[in-house]
Design a protein around this ligand. Structure first.
Ligand SMILES: [Zn+2]
Length: 539
C-alpha cells in the first residue's frame, strides 16, 4: 500500500531557542518509518514523502502540504502519517474541514503518531473531533503565540470552564451552562470501572475485552444514543464499533476525570500560576475542581504508573493457554492474568470493580496458572476419553444393528398396541371368571398364557428401544465430530489455547480453587458428564 508521510519543520523548530532535536526532519522521518515497521497491517508499504521546511505557522504557503492534498485527491494514497496534528493543520477551521469533510470523502485515514490519534478509531463518526481538538488546542497553546486565540480561550479556562465542543465520555454538558460538565451516570460508572481494572493490573486489551463481553456500549455509540440528532453523527456508527485498547487508553489518559481542566504551561505567566490551587507540570497547567471528579487525583496518577508497568508483559500474556477461558465463578467476569515479576509464577484473579460494594468475589485470592492448567487439561482429557469410548461403542453397536429408525419406531408402536390388547383380554377373562361363565382352571391357564406373551412383548420392546437409541445417536454427527477432534487432542504433544477453546466454553473458578468446566459439546448420553461438570478441585 502507498503511505504518505508528512514532515514539517516549523519556524519554532528552526529557532535556536526552541530547537528540539527530536523535531528535526531526519528525526520525524525516522519516527514515522519506525511506526510503519512496527505495524504489520501496513505491509508491504511504499512511502511517498512530502516535506515542508521552515514554514512559519500562521501564514504563507506550504507547498509540500498542497502537493500532498492534490496527490490524495487523485487517489494516490489512502493513508497519511504525521508526527502530531499541530504539525499537520494550521488552525481549528482547517482541522475540522479536513477531518470532518475532505478526508472522509476521499477515504483517507490519518494517523498522528505522537498524539495517538487514528481517524480509523472513529470510522463512520466524527466523534474523534473533540479528541483532535484537545490535541490541537494543547499543541497550539504550547507552540502558537497568537494573542487572539489566547485571550478568548484563556479567560474561560481560567474560570474553570470547559471550552471544547462536546463533553468527553463520562460527562455531559451542564444544561444550565455549556462550559460546565456534569457526570453522565452510565458512562461515569464505566470510566470508574476502567480505572479500577487498571489499578488492579489489567491491561488495556483485557479491559476492552471485558467491557465487550459485558456488552458495555462504547463511547461513540453511547454518544450517538444520547444525542441522536447531533450533527456530529450524521454518518453511521458502525455496528462493530467496540471497545479497543485505544479507546480504553484514551479514557485512562484523560485528566478531565479528576475534575480538572488542563491548559498548556507555556501559555501562562508566572504571575498567573502563583495561585496555589493550580498544579503546574513541565508542559501543562492543571486547574482542579472545575467540575465533579469521577476519580481522585491519586487514582489517576496510580493508573498512569500501572499503565507503564503492565506495558511490558502484554505480548507474552497473549500466549497463555487458558486465555479467555478462566472466569470468576461468582461474577462471571474473565479473570485477570498476571505475574508479580518476570520470573514469578503467573496467576489468575478476579478483578471485580473495586468501586462496587458487596462483592463476594474472591478478589484477594490468586489462582496459580500451572495448577489450574493441569486440573483443566486432566479433566478435559478424561472427558474426551469418555467421548471417544462412547463413540466407538455406539458405532460398533450400530454396525450390529440392522434396520432403520423408522422401522424400529413402527415396531415399537405395534408392540405397545399388543400390550394394551393383552391387558384388555386379561381383564375380560377375569370378569368372565367372576361372573361364573369361566372355570377357575381355564381362567388360570389363559392368564398364564397372557403373562408369558406379555414377557415376550416387553423383552422385544426393550431390545427395539435400545436399537432405536443407538440408531439415533449414530445420526448425531456432532457427537462423532467431537469424538474425532477428541482423538486429535488426546494424541497431541502440546496443548494450545486454540485446542482448549475448541472444547471448553469457560472455566469457572471459585474461592478455595474449586473449578467448574463448562464444555462446548453437548453429550447427554454421557452419565459421566454431570460428575465432571460438578467440578474438580485444583490440587
Ligand atoms: Zn468476580
Amino acid at each position: 500500500m502507498k503511505v504518505c508521510l508528512y514532515i514539517r519543520l516549523s519556524k519554532a523548530d528552526t529557532d535556536q531557542r526552541y530547537k528540539v532535536e527530536s523535531d528535526s526532519i531526519a528525526n520525524q522521518r525516522a519516527l514515522l518509518h519506525r511506526y510503519l515497521q512496527e505495524h504489520r497491517e501496513f505491509f508491504p508499504y511504499e512511502v511517498v514523502e512530502f516535506v515542508d521546511d521552515g514554514f512559519t505557522g500562521t501564514n504563507g504557503n506550504r507547498p509540500g502540504f498542497e502537493r500532498m492534498i492534490t496527490f490524495l485527491k487523485s487517489g494516490g494514497a489512502k493513508l497519511v502519517l504525521c508526527k502530531d496534528l499541530s504539525r499537520f493543520f494550521r488552525d481549528y477551521v482547517e482541522t475540522g474541514e479536513y477531518l470532518e469533510r475532505i478526508f472522509p470523502v476521499l477515504g483517507v485515514r490519518l494517523i498522528a503518531v505522537n498524539d495517538g490519534y487514528d481517524s480509523d478509531d472513529y470510522k463512520g463518526t466524527t466523534a474523534g473531533m473533540d479528541v483532535v481538538m484537545r490535541c490541537i488546542v494543547y499543541s497550539y497553546y504550547s507552540k502558537d503565540n497568537s494573542q487572539k486565540i489566547r485571550t478568548a480561550l484563556d479567560t474561560k479556562v481560567r474560570r474553570g470552564k470547559y471550552i471544547w465542543a462536546s463533553a468527553p465520555y463520562g460527562y455531559v454538558k451542564d444544561p444550565e451552562d455549556k462550559n460546565h460538565l456534569v457526570p453522565d451516570p452510565v458512562a461515569a460508572h464505566v470510566v470508574r470501572r476502567i480505572f479500577a481494572l487498571t489499578l488492579d493490573g489489567c491491561t488495556t486489551s483485557e479491559i476492552a475485552r471485558r467491557l465487550n463481553d459485558d456488552h458495555v456500549e462504547p463511547p461513540a455509540a453511547h454518544f450517538r444514543r444520547l444525542f441522536p440528532d447531533s450533527r456530529r453523527f450524521t454518518t453511521r456508527v458502525s455496528s462493530e464499533n467496540s471497545w479497543t485498547s485505544t479507546n480504553v487508553l484514551r479514557v485512562l489518559h484523560c485528566r478531565v476525570y479528576t475534575g480538572a481542566v488542563v491548559s498548556a504551561r507555556k501559555y501562562w505567566n508566572d504571575s498567573d500560576i502563583r495561585d496555589n490551587t493550580i498544579e503546574v507540570g513541565d508542559k501543562w497547567v492543571v486547574f482542579p475542581d472545575c467540575h465533579e471528579a469521577l476519580i481522585s487525583m491519586d487514582e489517576f496518577e496510580s493508573a498512569q504508573q500501572t499503565l507503564r508497568q503492565v506495558k511490558q508483559p502484554r505480548r507474552q500474556n497473549l500466549e497463555y493457554r487458558l486465555r479467555s477461558l478462566v472466569r470468576c465463578g461468582v461474577c462471571g467476569r474473565i479473570m485477570g492474568y498476571r505475574r508479580q515479576g518476570p520470573r514469578s509464577p503467573a496467576y489468575f484473579r478476579c478483578c471485580k470493580n473495586l468501586f462496587s460494594e458487596n462483592s463476594s468475589c474472591p478478589t484477594n485470592e490468586h489462582f496459580n496458572e500451572e495448577d489450574l492448567e493441569r486440573s483443566v487439561i486432566r479433566s478435559l482429557s478424561q472427558m474426551l476419553q469418555n467421548v471417544v469410548d462412547n463413540d466407538r461403542r455406539i458405532q460398533e453397536a450400530a454396525a450390529r444393528t440392522t434396520g432403520t429408525v423408522e422401522n424400529a419406531k413402527r415396531s415399537i408402536l405395534r408392540i405397545d398396541q399388543a400390550i394394551r390388547q393383552n391387558n384388555v383380554k386379561k381383564m375380560e377373562f377375569y370378569e368372565q371368571y367372576s361372573e361364573g361363565s369361566l372355570s377357575r382352571e381355564s381362567f388360570l391357564q389363559r392368564k398364564a398364557e397372557l403373562t408369558s406373551e406379555m414377557d415376550r412383548l416387553t423383552a422385544e420392546k426393550s431390545l427395539l428401544t435400545e436399537q432405536l437409541s443407538t440408531l439415533e445417536q449414530v445420526q448425531n454427527s456432532e457427537l462423532h465430530d467431537t469424538a474425532e477432534a477428541a482423538v486429535d487432542f488426546l494424541r497431541a504433544e502440546n496443548v494450545t489455547n486454540e485446542m482448549l477453546r475448541r472444547f471448553i466454553d469457560r472455566v469457572n473458578v471459585f474461592s478455595g480453587g474449586r473449578v467448574e468446566i463448562v464444555y462446548r459439546f453437548s453429550a447427554p448420553y454421557l452419565d459421566a458428564m454431570s460428575e465432571v461438570r460438578a467440578g474438580a478441585d485444583i490440587d
